[in-house]
Design a protein around this ligand. Structure first.
Ligand SMILES: [Zn+2]
Length: 220
């Protein structure tokens, strides 16, 4: 039966069953037949063999979080419940947040949910991970995902998720968020004088000759 299928269809069917996609077409056909004969080896049927991802709003709907942003009223209790960290781990996350490991924090509201997207600096390296958190309007985190190896699936509780949650909580209760300031964030100002010259231009011959000696060769 499977021999009439094209490779793409075979792979799709194998993926649904959580089976390996390796090998030539004959291998794929044989594997599917084996899976049929053995009732999928007791494996649960998976709709998608990939790592489940969060459904996120479009990138251009996000706005930078500032003190005027309306955020769900997340508190430290909700945060602790969601992360379920040990005391040591939560103080470590706090330390990361306070040493400004959070680079950006933006939010987008869709119905009852607020999506927060942040970038968190990787410890000791100049790399960053994208973190996404979905919050219900009552203040409870519903889903979270991070790009780091520990942040897969839709309920990741890695330290980067913790740092972003701490930032949101901080903004909700203290109206500020600690972000890492990058050197390009501030406009360079070295060409702007501290004081502007307000006098009128002076003719060269009327200029005071305070520096004698140095310019004597100009006048002969
Ligand atoms: Zn992470």
């Amino acid at each position: 039966m499977y021999s009439n299928w094209i490779v793409k269809e075979l792979k799709e069917e194998l993926r649904k069953r959580g089976a390996s996609l390796r090998g030539k077409k004959v291998d794929l056909v044989e594997r599917l037949e084996l899976y049929d004969q053995n009732f999928n080896f007791g494996r649960a049927e998976r709709v998608d063999g990939h790592d489940p991802k969060m459904d996120l709003p479009l990138g251009d709907t996000y706005r930078d979080i500032n003190s005027n942003t309306v955020l769900p009223p997340i508190d430290k209790t909700a945060l602790r419940h969601y992360l379920n960290y040990t005391l040591k781990k939560s103080s470590m996350a706090n330390e990361l947040y306070e040493s400004r490991h959070l680079l950006t924090a933006r939010s987008s509201v869709v119905g009852d949910y607020t999506y927060v997207k942040g970038h968190c600096r990787k410890t000791m390296r100049n790399l960053q991970y994208e973190v996404n958190i979905k919050l219900h309007k009552d203040g409870n985190p519903v889903e979270s995902h991070c790009e780091c190896p520990a942040g897969s699936a839709v309920n990741a509780v890695c330290k980067h998720v913790a740092v972003l949650l701490l930032g949101i909580e901080n903004m909700v209760h203290e109206k500020f968020i600690l972000l890492h300031e990058v050197c390009t964030q501030k406009l360079q100002q070295f060409h702007i004088p501290n004081k502007f010259y307000t006098g009128t231009p002076v003719h060269a011959e009327k200029m005071s000759k305070k520096k004698k000696g140095n310019d004597s060769w100009l006048t002969k």
